[in-house]
Design a protein around this ligand. Structure first.
Ligand SMILES: Cc1cc2nc3c(=O)[nH]c(=O)nc-3n(C[C@H](O)[C@H](O)[C@H](O)COP(=O)(O)OP(=O)(O)OC[C@H]3O[C@@H](n4cnc5c(N)ncnc54)[C@H](O)[C@@H]3O)c2cc1C
Length: 413
């Protein structure tokens, strides 16, 4: 390849590379051979992409990226259609990486960012707590300074991928004597620290993709803090914004769990494509799925062109979860009670087993909760895109300590 290939040359090189070095979608033997369902296999696959110049395509060269354009990324994506690509690096590459690029020190960027794209590190997001999900600023996990170190104590929940993560981006309370948004800091946590306990949480799909995480006297070096002490809310907002954009604009890179493609394949399999109602619903799904993908693509192009989506990122996320909800209804129209038959292990006869569709139906509602619920996204759009009245926030100016006392007064005896 020339020093700076054209997007077309880059796409051709990617196609040639992928044909040799990536498993094709649906090729179970190749999946097995590449260990695609294992962390080791995923890391090895990303490393091979990186070494061939196909990872961190638009990321700056000084942090290990290729420093190329969105057109190069598009050319790669097109070449990668039909291949399995590494999929456990989303929190690193779509959420924390961009946050660190915006708020980290130069040392932190040089230390962490290359390992997000070369397959060394998988990351998780340690934000939500049992009493702090939508109101994440109400978190109780404490970070206290002890000499040169920070000592972390608390509990997180719904932590996707914590069971396989090397590092986590944590937000914790560093000053409880000020209003809740003003006393939070962001930290980098080694998930292998003996003070970190990860307990899986099983969801309706039968899998345990997320976890409870307990942090007991986890000691972090002073330079584990991201941004200024007590200024972590800004870092958290940036990461949440990156999360919404990453989820909302991801449809260009991957397909939704429940898409027109998967449901129409399912309709063919169960012989329902002659039914006029099914045809009507499939045409409707195709239309909104296509519109959603175009919206995602357009917004991703804006991001890659350096145009800040800011709160508009919520629109694509909300659209994606609305499409998924409608896709559930279409899948139900097509499959009805047959969708109940589901066996990921393949012990059921194939004609009674529709794992992808059923998995999508059971898993898709989570898309309207993860990364901020639909209600929260609508609040953001109303307030920050449309300029409508803010929700009343009575606790905004009250020191966190006092707030806690007001909500849960100590026992009088
Ligand atoms: C698949 C999945 C993956 C996740 N992964 C992670 C992860 O990796 N890391 C992480 O930190 N968290 C993760 N989460 C947690 C997620 O961010 C929270 O579940 C979400 O923010 C909602 O918080 P909650 O569950 O505490 O619900 P609550 O905040 O208790 O909300 C309950 C209901 O009240 C509504 N509500 C709350 N506040 C308002 C308001 N101001 N206006 C209107 N309605 C409101 C909500 O919309 C919701 O319907 C994940 C969640 C899911 C489903």
């Amino acid at each position: 390849m020339a020093d700076t290939p054209t997007p077309a040359e880059y796409g051709q090189a990617a196609a040639a590379f992928l044909a040799e070095h990536a498993p094709r979608v649906g090729d179970d033997a190749a999946r097995e051979a590449y260990g695609i369902d294992t962390v080791k296999g995923q890391k090895a696959l990303l490393k091979s992409f990186y070494e061939a110049g196909f990872s961190g395509i638009t990321w700056p060269k000084e942090y290990g990226g290729q420093g190329l354009t969105d057109e190069h990324q598009l050319a790669f994506n097109q070449a990668a259609n039909g291949y399995e690509t590494p999929n456990i690096f989303g929190i690193a590459q779509g959420m924390f990486g961009p946050t660190l690029m915006g708020m980290g020190t130069e040392e932190q960027k040089l230390e962490w960012i290359p390992k997000m794209i070369n397959g060394d590190h998988v990351w998780c997001q340690l934000f939500s707590e049992p009493g702090a999900g939508s109101d994440v600023a109400g978190l109780r996990t404490r970070a206290e300074r002890d000499g040169d170190e920070w000592v972390i104590n608390g509990q997180k929940v719904w932590t996707s991928g914590a069971q396989r993560a090397d590092y986590g981006a944590l937000i914790a309370r560093t000053d409880p004597s000020v209003p809740k948004h003003n006393g939070i800091s962001m930290f980098i946590v080694d998930m292998r620290d003996p003070g970190v306990t990860v307990r899986p949480l099983k969801q309706a799909t039968g899998e345990a993709p997320f976890n409870e995480v307990f942090l007991d006297n986890v000691r972090l070096p002073a330079d584990a803090i991201v941004g200024e002490e007590n200024a972590g809310w800004a870092a958290a907002v940036l990461m949440l914004r990156n999360e919404r954009i990453s989820i909302g604009t991801g449809a260009r890179r991957t397909t939704r769990p429940l898409s027109y493609q998967s449901i129409s394949a399912f309709a063919k399999k169960v012989g329902r494509t002659e039914d006029p109602i099914v045809r009507d619903r499939l045409a409707h799904l195709y239309s909104i799925d296509t519109a959603g993908t175009l919206l995602s693509t357009r917004m991703r192009q804006e991001v890659d062109a350096g145009i800040e989506l800011r709160a508009r990122g919520s629109i694509a996320k909300l659209a994606g979860s609305a499409i998924s909800r409608q896709a559930i209804d279409v899948a139900d129209e097509v499959g009805g009670s047959e969708l109940i038959s589901w066996d990921r292990q393949g012990n059921e006869p194939a004609e009674l087993n529709y794992p992808d569709t059923t998995y999508g139906v059971v898993g898709a509602p989570g898309g309207g909760i993860a990364g901020g619920t639909n209600e929260i996204q609508r609040g953001i759009i109303g307030e920050r895109v449309l300029g409508l009245a803010k929700d009343p926030q009575l606790d905004r100016e009250i020191p966190f300590n006092e707030l806690r006392a007001m909500i849960a007064p100590p026992p009088t005896r």
